[in-house]
Design a protein around this ligand. Sequence first.
Ligand code: NAI
Ligand code: UGA
Length: 426
Amino acid sequence: MSLHISIIGGGYVGLVTGACFAQLGNKVTIIEIDQRKIDSINKGIPPIYEEGLEEILKKNSGTRLFATNSYASVAESDVSIICVGTPPNPDGSSNLEYIRSAATSIGEALKDNTRYHVITVKSTVPPGTTEKIVLPEVRRNSGRDSDTLGFCMNPEFLREGRAIEDFLHPDRIVIGSSDEQAEEVLKNLYSTLNAPIISTSLTAAEMIKYTANSFLATKISFSNEIGNICKKLGIDVYDVMKGAGLDHRIGSHFLNAGAGFGGSCFPKDVSALISLAESVGERPQLLHAVIEINEKQPHKMLELVRKRIGDLKGKRIAVLGLAFKDNTDDIRDSRSIPVIEELIKEGADVIAYDPMAMINMKRLFPSITYAKSIKDVLKDADGCLIMTEWPEFSHLSEEFSLMKQPPVILEGRRIIKRPEVEGICW
Ligand SMILES: NC(=O)C1=CN([C@@H]2O[C@H](COP(=O)(O)OP(=O)(O)OC[C@H]3O[C@@H](n4cnc5c(N)ncnc54)[C@H](O)[C@@H]3O)[C@@H](O)[C@H]2O)C=CC1
Ligand SMILES: O=C(O)[C@H]1O[C@H](OP(=O)(O)OP(=O)(O)OC[C@H]2O[C@@H](n3ccc(=O)[nH]c3=O)[C@H](O)[C@@H]2O)[C@H](O)[C@@H](O)[C@@H]1O
């Protein structure tokens, strides 16, 4: 059965969620406050780069998928899915201002209406947010009681760059709900996807998301710690993690050592969990270490380049890769940011290249040089730092002959297997 869904927030998650639900045959209204995003979505042009998204938008925009700044569609739809941002406050806790404002607007839109409606939170929120902020805010502003309103918390596990595939083929679907009727509506929404459904309380669903992201981030920091030890001992950490990861109790994913994790979620979500733990009197030692290791990794790139080149003042340093990972133009918390900051501070002549993220990085670092191609970025460079796991970097070989010789090539991701390339922790 197809449903009418209102998606609140047309950012990364909202757009992918809306596009996928439209593709599955539902009617979708994306409610967004940024007019630029609304116009772009309605033209079938995604405001972000995500593989496969443009094709789905072109197919569904104007027929099954619309974007607007009005909350009016909420009253006619079966489900509202809140996908607004939950950015970090300066102390690491989650800023829930957008969640509260979305809940207020949903409540106002549901006033004077009796149709059963389920309000679902998909944004990553601290346990208790759906029950203590969203539920009372919607009830108060709509003047409606629990008989005609249901509440769910349905965390999202997609990865940027592989978002459509992850959304349509998830490992599991977690549904936290206020009651069985609300849970049934969400189960129906996902009925065409082939994945186990985990039914929980609202708070457990919220906690599952923080646990999953923090565990994955812990695997990466653990691999980096082992990598840093391996580097001192002259051992290849990739051989080590392959050998360890094939034990099914460990698992071979997310064991790639290097410059550490970036992106809009791992750093933010681990910090939010730390803040939440401390607010209830629990000091999470392991999570603190996860962040500490992650903060140190990019600086190891600089230690290594100084060791090889010496004083960086006036040296031409090529930075390959600006996105926080491959297949995206997203630079949020990219590990290349602290590296570029430190290179600039030391007076290096920084030249950067990325297949997709240069426009975004230019806003942050307008004064460095951006190269048109890999050859341009490497030409006459004293050193080269590889910061993102773009597959196109893995084929580089001849291009390094354009650098000053012998070339100093340092990798923060293990993508080039050549003897002249040195890894930061292998
Ligand atoms: N980016 C990702 O890969 C993933 C993100 N998440 C979580 O999903 C949530 C959203 O993340 P992103 O999509 O990356 O954020 P985003 O910043 O790309 O998008 C949020 C959107 O909400 C809009 N918005 C803010 N307040 C609004 C309101 N009151 N009404 C309507 N629209 C409003 C903003 O204009 C923005 O376009 C966060 O909690 C994040 O932790 C979860 C899984 C994956
Ligand atoms: O909550 C979220 O936003 C999402 O966060 C991550 O997804 P994402 O940040 O898009 O990308 P990942 O592929 O997880 O990579 C994150 C960072 O870790 C780094 N990484 C990843 C894997 C690895 O082994 N080593 C490593 O350093 C990547 O280079 C990248 O900087 C999670 O993988 C998703 O499940 C989750 O939904």
